[in-house]
Design a protein around this ligand. Structure first.
Ligand code: G6P
Length: 344
């Protein structure tokens, strides 16, 4: 067992460290002509997924709509099944295992409505690959830890390639170097942030745009493996209710990177500070202004938006992982959870 963990304390940490490779391999494998045609021909794209995979579909929605102006709908498999939206074009099921019952049921409904269907999965020959018209295989390799890590970034590799295709391959260079930036954050020391989170009963994770689902995923990781209650929120919504919960014991993890939402994020952070919540900010390297207004500043490389999404996500995985270790949780097998949920 220890040899299979490759010297790491947990599979989860090993899998976090495999991300540069699994991201790179997924990009290198590319997209075959048949799938390429499906993607180029779709005037509307609907994605269905559950759990962590659902978060990658939300990230895709933000990126594809803002960078290449395509209409995208991201749906939870478990909801979609009962409240099927009007469907046209391409429906993509995103599932690491390829076996999640709700996601597969949703894809079958899309097929029954004559949509073209694509599976993005990590497991060749899995159920979803037999249901969908075509498959785009991600190259993460087997993932043992219950909490998804390398499959999440490999899904983003697959989905970012779709964004790239639809944006006339404007991001070829960004995607072919992104694994290097992922590698740069793996050894980050997040001890101070871990100390705050491991003492907390509740935490918020906030962001805007594509960083909102990144924050949702950070909160999900924190909940599932450390059992600290964490909520992912769109930063601007915090004042519509959750502000009532902010105390000096409620850390807020805020992602605040350059771009159109930078200044509004910075003022959100000041509002949180005024409610005495400790703020852990992820911002770009060298952002002294941000570092000055927060309690803990974690710099991520100052790169392209697509890469910032990846590096911020990996830093949040490390935060959840080390918090869970401090709290002596069963990191690879959190209570009550299964790697794959095969019942609806
Ligand atoms: C389970 C796992 C999650 C995963 C979700 C969807 O709940 O614990 O980590 O995100 O299923 O799995 P899938 O295989 O469809 O991506």
């Amino acid at each position: 067992e220890d040899t299979r963990k490759g010297g790491f304390d947990h599979y989860m940490l090993k899998e976090i460290f495999e991300q540069p490779q699994s991201f790179y391999e997924t990009i290198r494998a590319g997209i075959d002509d048949n799938v390429r045609q499906m993607i180029m021909g779709a005037d509307e794209i609907t994605l269905v997924a559950c759990g962590t995979s659902y978060h990658t579909t939300l990230i895709f929605k933000y990126l594809a709509e803002s960078l290449c102006n395509i209409s995208v709908r991201a749906e939870m498999g478990s909801e979609f099944k009962y409240f099927v939206p009007p469907l046209r074009g391409l429906v993509i099921a995103v599932t690491q295992s390829g076996e999640t019952a709700d996601t597969i049921a949703a894809l079958k409904m899309a097929k029954a409505r004559n949509c073209s269907t694509l599976a993005i999965t990590n497991v060749q020959g899995s159920t979803v690959t037999r249901v969908a018209d075509s498959t785009l295989l991600m190259r993460a390799g087997p993932e043992i830890g219950v909490a998804a890590t390398k499959s999440y970034t490999a899904q983003l590799a697959a989905l970012m390639q779709i964004v790239n295709l639809r944006c006339e391959r404007a991001f070829d260079d960004v995607l072919s170097h992104a694994h290097l930036a992922i590698g740069d954050v793996l050894l980050y020391d997040v001890r101070d942030a871990v100390a705050l989170c491991s003492k907390a009963d509740h935490a918020f994770f906030v962001g805007r745009g594509a960083f909102y689902p990144v924050a949702m995923e950070g909160a999900l990781k924190m909940k599932e493996i450390s059992y600290v209650h964490a909520e992912g929120y769109a930063a601007g919504e915090l004042k519509h209710g959750p502000f009532a919960l902010l105390t000096p014991e409620t850390p807020v993890v805020a992602i605040c990177t350059p771009g159109p939402t930078y200044s509004v994020m910075a003022s959100n952070i000041k509002e949180m500070k005024a409610r005495r919540a400790p703020v852990i900010a992820l911002g770009v390297d060298g952002d002294k202004e941000l570092a000055e207004i927060v309690d803990i500043f974690i710099p991520i490389p100052n790169t392209h938006l697509l890469v910032q999404v990846l590096t911020a996500s990996v830093v949040l995985q490390l935060l959840a992982y080390h918090t869970a270790c401090v709290l002596q949780r069963d990191v690879d097998k959190p209570r009550n959870l299964a790697k794959s949920v095969t019942v609806e």
